[in-house]
Design a protein around this ligand. Structure first.
Ligand code: 0WK
Ligand code: 0WK
Ligand code: BGC
Ligand code: BGC
Length: 918
């Protein structure tokens, strides 16, 4: 007996392996990696087509924006009703989401009930389907004794292609799978549901969000795994979604942050892109479907069609005598007689062959063992092609995300659901394997959505609720920085009053310090001068040479260490003398005793052009024994102490005056100098007769009618006249500054403080849980950590949010894209207010000059310098716009100073020199 078996076994081995003939018969379905890579590339191209405004209308792969802008961050909470319609089962659910504990750890409680959808409703009228849905909801509320008195937020999973104008609106693009209903295409599905719930009555439901099942699945898995940014369904239908950069989604306003895109990849190939892979069996399945010509990719993959594909293949092979000796049964000829569940059963590891025999027997066929092996192999090839095609599509999506993030080794999680993936024994492993083979560098994790997508839908509703309340609270904080016309008018008139008061008497908050500079340059200046410039972020020494209205300039920049800025006056001036010595040595001019102009960018009460006592330090300087001292004498003494060189300091000036002079050398209309840098200040040419506080003094010649006044407008508000626009954040910055109560206007407008104001706002928003998940890091508590340069970088239009995020990470602030959006908005609000306030101040000055000169219109130039004006992406523009609006009778030109105030210092030194030689 054993001998007989061995003979027949070897005989059968000799006979051809039945799978071989199936391999040959279905070679078109057996896709090799190079073909999958090619399909993946085609799909990537389709994705780009769907995202771009030009080509989306004609694109087969619609790439539908979902208005879901972030994946769960664990702060979602609340109780929601949920409807899950479109998959194989229609479910009504109640979902309770608690704080900060993941689903696996039971952070979400669910009660659900499945309500069958009668077949006729799949092909009836929309109203009938939705009335059935609403009645089911009503039944669920009764059964679960959920009170009807309270308004219930509802999340709706609707698994058909919809265009979403917003999270709670969805216009149906088309029906698919086993649905073909009349009367809803192009209409708002949420509205249709609202109406049918209204018709059902006795229910107070607020539909907060409607999403597709891929989105809901991504959110469900994202609650536990923050890396989950892709949702995949391989069920009755198939589809995928992923988080795309908003700037790539042309159909949605804004380029900040991300948004989940529902690819609707089921339609890939509807434009013929996959024709070279469509087999006759695919064409037969399509022809017999409810939507011929549509959902090409889906019909090669999803559970709705796999069984049918296998049946058609087996039928064809039987007809060709390749199976069952050519015998065919009516059952085998009948559509739907082999289901996808049958396909899965045939491929079961242990009982696959047995299941195959039973299934074929069930079709009134009498298969031989080889027939069973062959039919099982048909199932394998058909489902293998399905998982391979999904892998190709997924590889395209992951490649896209990798490109968006500009990373090669992407680490990401894919949330998956759907009966095929869940119940087909080999499917998940095959899919994972091929994806990892196609994308070896990527670390892809697949997470199965255990209990359906409604948790995800509830999370979307919870996120929508959270984002709405967060948005409201953030807008409240930002609104404190939004100045309306009336408030700007107030600042303008306060500034005007400050200017007038300062001209009359000493001690007003806007000091209006005389500079003893009586006129701007006239081009006759000549000679070689040294210019020293202390005040901004650095100390600069310059050699300036004037000849025939041309100037040449060499300079060197030196830093001022904090310990010098806040040490003793002697140390500070010794440091300056050392820098000057180094510069003269470098220029080989130590022996020269050059005439020098000293730009000292702090409020100095001058009694002449070459002498002035420091009224008070500003901008973080706090060197001792300086306030009330003559700063020129202090420099001279330091030079003497050093005893290596000598200077003839003939002029002391403020950086605003130096800037005005520098620019006036180019543009004679320049009569105002403005600094928007570390500090904030302005000077302008005032009529001598208006400077009441100035006594008859040496140096005023009869011809002089004007003098440049250093307004020191930074002090506006020190008398609390700006309190109504001072926010609590400003007060925090002032209290912790080295000069509390002082320089209030400067502390609203200058680079030294804007970063700090932003930090205070971020600190407050984080403490209130509106930012960085409420995680108040040491960084956020560190004064000065948020330098103003970061504002300029963060607000630059060219900078994508990701870069904002990396700046924040560089600062040790780990946040989401949404956090980055808020940080950018806070920076924008703070810098915009600063520019508007300077604009209002400028409007006060130019209108005063215009009125003093009894002019209907004034045309004037402002020489301007400072990192904030020069480097901030929007500051200068907002400033100009504000001046135009606040001083409509003045044409103000802003002329950025090329070489800083150094040339201005030298020009004043030249003028003084020429006068001395007269
Ligand atoms: C379960 C989800 C549902 C989705 C379905 C897809 O809760 O939203 O539509 O998976 O799989 P199917 O039921 O079509 O196999
Ligand atoms: C450059 C000028 C200097 C002035 C500085 C202000 O030459 O006198 O103090 O600009 O800008 P900051 O360095 O504060 O940005
Ligand atoms: C639909 C998708 C859905 C997928 C999975 C497809 O037929 O077009 O919207 O996500 O099935 O259910
Ligand atoms: C100083 C001014 C200076 C301005 C710009 C302010 O802090 O008080 O004198 O012009 O900064 O540097």
């Amino acid at each position: 007996m054993l001998a007989v078996h061995l003979v027949s076994f070897f005989f059968s081995k000799l006979q051809e392996d039945p799978t071989k003939k199936v391999d040959r018969f279905l070679h078109a379905m057996r896709l090799q990696d190079d073909q999958l890579i090619d399909i993946s590339k085609r799909f990537l191209a389709e994705m780009k087509k769907g995202l771009s405004a030009e080509s989306t209308a004609a694109a087969a792969v619609k790439m539908l924006p979902t208005h879901v802008r972030s994946t769960p961050d664990g702060s979602e909470k609340g109780q929601f009703l949920a409807l899950d319609l479109g998959g194989s089962k229609f479910k009504v659910l109640r979902v309770k989401v608690r704080e900060d504990v993941g689903i696996r750890k039971g952070g979400v409680e669910m009660e659900e009930k499945i309500y069958p959808i009668p077949k006729e409703l799949h092909v009836g009228r929309a109203a009938e389907l939705f009335d059935h849905v609403s009645e089911s909801l009503k039944d669920f509320l009764h059964e679960k004794n959920i009170g009807l008195e309270k308004r219930h937020p509802l999340a709706f999973t609707f698994s058909f292609p919809c265009e979403h104008p917003s999270l709670d609106q969805g216009l149906l693009v088309s029906w698919c799978k086993n649905y073909k209903i009349r009367g809803l295409q192009g209409k708002d599905v949420v509205q249709a549901l609202r109406q049918s719930i209204g018709r059902a009555g006795d229910m107070d439901v607020e539909i907060l969000a409607m999403v597709g099942d891929t989105v809901a699945t991504m959110m469900t898995c994202g609650f536990d795994d923050q890396c989950c940014e892709v949702g995949l369904i391989i069920g009755t239908g198939t589809n995928a979604c992923y988080m795309e950069e908003l700037r790539h989604i042309d159909l949605v306003e804004g380029d900040e942050g991300r948004m989940c895109v529902n690819t609707e990849w089921g339609a890939f190939g509807d434009d013929g892109a996959l024709d070279d892979h469509i087999t006759e069996f695919d064409r037969d399945v399509d022809a017999a479907s409810l939507n011929p010509g549509k959902q090409t990719f889906e019909k090669m993959i999803s559970g709705m069609y796999l069984g049918e594909l296998v049946r058609l293949v087996v039928l064809k092979m039987a007809k060709l005598g390749l199976l069952f000796d050519g015998r065919v049964s009516d059952a085998l000829r009948t559509k739907g007689k082999i289901t996808t569940a049958d396909v899965a059963a045939m491929e079961e590891y242990r009982n696959g062959l047995n299941n195959t025999r039973n299934i074929l027997a069930h079709l009134h066929l009498d298969p031989s063992p080889d027939d069973c092996i062959a039919v099982q192999h048909v199932s394998t090839i058909v489902s293998f092609r399905s998982s391979n095609l999904v892998a190709a599509g997924l590889a395209a999506i992951l490649t896209r995300i990798g490109q968006n993030r500009n990373v090669r080794g992407l680490r990401i999680t894919v949330g998956v659901d759907g009966t095929v993936y869940k119940t087909h024994p080999q499917y998940p492993k095959r899919l994972h394997k091929v994806v990892r083979r196609l994308l070896p560098e990527c670390q892809v994790r697949f997470v199965l959505s255990e209990s359906g997508s409604s948790k995800g839908a509830a999370l979307v509703a919870a996120v929508a609720q959270r984002l709405t309340s967060q948005r409201r609270k953030v807008d409240e904080a930002l609104s404190l920085f939004t100045l309306n016309q009336q408030q700007l008018q107030l600042v303008k008139s306060r500034m005007r009053e400050g200017l007038e008061a300062g001209l009359k008497s000493k001690g007003s908050s806007v000091k209006m310090l005389p500079s003893f500079v009586y006129h701007t340059p006239d081009g006759t200046e000549y000679g070689k001068f040294l210019a020293l410039d202390l005040g901004g972020t650095n100390f600069r020494a310059m050699l300036v040479r004037f000849k025939r209205q041309k100037s040449r300039l060499y300079h060197k920049i030196y830093t001022i260490p904090l310990e010098i800025m806040q040490g003793t006056g002697e140390e500070l001036f010794d440091h300056l003398a050392q820098c000057v010595c180094d510069f003269l040595d470098y220029m080989g001019l130590k022996k020269a005793r050059l005439p020098a102009g000293f730009t000292f960018s702090f409020p100095c009460e001058q009694s002449g052009v070459d002498t002035g006592t420091l009224v008070s330090w500003t901008k973080g300087f706090k060197a001792t024994d300086c306030e009330g001292q003559d700063v020129v004498s202090m420099l001279r003494e330091a030079i003497k102490r050093r005893n290596e060189f000598d200077l003839d300091i003939v002029a002391l000036l403020n950086d605003t005056v130096g800037t005005m002079m520098s620019c006036a050398y180019e543009d004679p209309q320049c009569e105002i100098g403005m600094i928007a840098g570390t500090g904030s200040n302005l000077c302008y040419m005032e009529q001598l007769k208006n400077i009441e506080k100035i006594k008859e003094d040496s140096g005023i010649t009869r011809t002089d009618t004007e003098m440049c006044i250093n307004t020191e407008w930074g002090g506006l508000g020190d008398d609390r006249c700006l309190d109504e626009i001072i926010t609590p954040y400003d007060a925090e910055v002032d209290i912790h500054s080295v000069n509390p109560g002082k320089q209030r206007f400067e502390k609203l407008t200058s680079g030294m403080y804007l970063g700090e104001i932003v930090r205070q706002v971020l600190l407050d928003l984080t403490r209130r849980g509106l930012l960085f998940k409420g995680n108040v890091t040491e960084t956020l508590k560190t004064p000065g950590i948020f330098e103003t340069k970061y504002l300029s970088q963060i607000e630059s239009d060219r900078l994508a949010l990701l870069q904002v995020r990396s700046i924040l990470q560089h600062l040790g602030l780990r946040g989401t894209c949404d956090d980055s959006i808020v940080v950018k908005e806070v920076c924008g609000a703070v810098s915009r207010r600063a520019a508007q306030l300077c604009g209002a101040g400028m409007a006060a000055v130019v209108d005063k000059i215009r009125e003093d000169r009894r002019l209907e219109r004034l045309s004037i130039t402002v020489g301007v310098d400072g990192a904030l004006y020069k480097l901030h992406p929007h500051f200068s523009q907002v400033l100009k716009e504000t001046v135009k609006v606040m001083a409509p009778q003045c044409d103000v030109t802003f002329l950025p100073s090329e070489e800083g105030s150094g040339k201005g210092a030298a020009l004043i030194a030249a003028v003084v020199r020429q006068k001395q030689e007269m």
